[in-house]
Design a binder for this molecule. Structure first.
Ligand SMILES: [Zn+2]
Length: 110
């Protein structure tokens, strides 16, 4: 499955676009443009690295929503943790897919 063209973070849809060739040549794998609603991603790397980068940029978007700015160390550990948790336990994602229609997914109610 290829990386999708968009993702939703806190009810806002972000386009996932290819990172510029210049940034790619500089070794930049991803970048989040919070104001523009775009996540730039180098899709020419292996899927695992691409997904970890996507998690990393998604955390940066959440940081913009929840706090005042980017925290690189936090983005790194959260992205690695979530990626490895899902890679090691794919049944977890299947549970969400199976129960999507029946679970409230309301974080306020917890
Ligand atoms: Zn970062």
């Amino acid at each position: 499955m290829p990386v999708p063209s968009h993702m939703v973070i806190f009810d806002r849809t972000y386009e996932i676009k290819d990172i510029s060739p210049l940034q790619s040549s500089e070794g930049i794998l991803g970048q989040s443009a919070y104001r523009d609603g775009i996540i730039y991603l180098d899709k020419n790397v292996d899927l695992s690295l691409s997904l970890r980068t996507l998690w990393h940029e998604a955390v940066h978007v959440a940081q913009q929503d929840l706090v005042t700015g980017a925290d690189e160390a936090e983005a790194r550990w959260i992205a690695l943790f979530v990626h490895n948790l899902l890679a090691s336990n794919p049944w977890l994602a299947e549970c969400y897919l199976d129960e999507l229609d029946t679970m409230p997914f309301d974080i306020e109610s917890e």
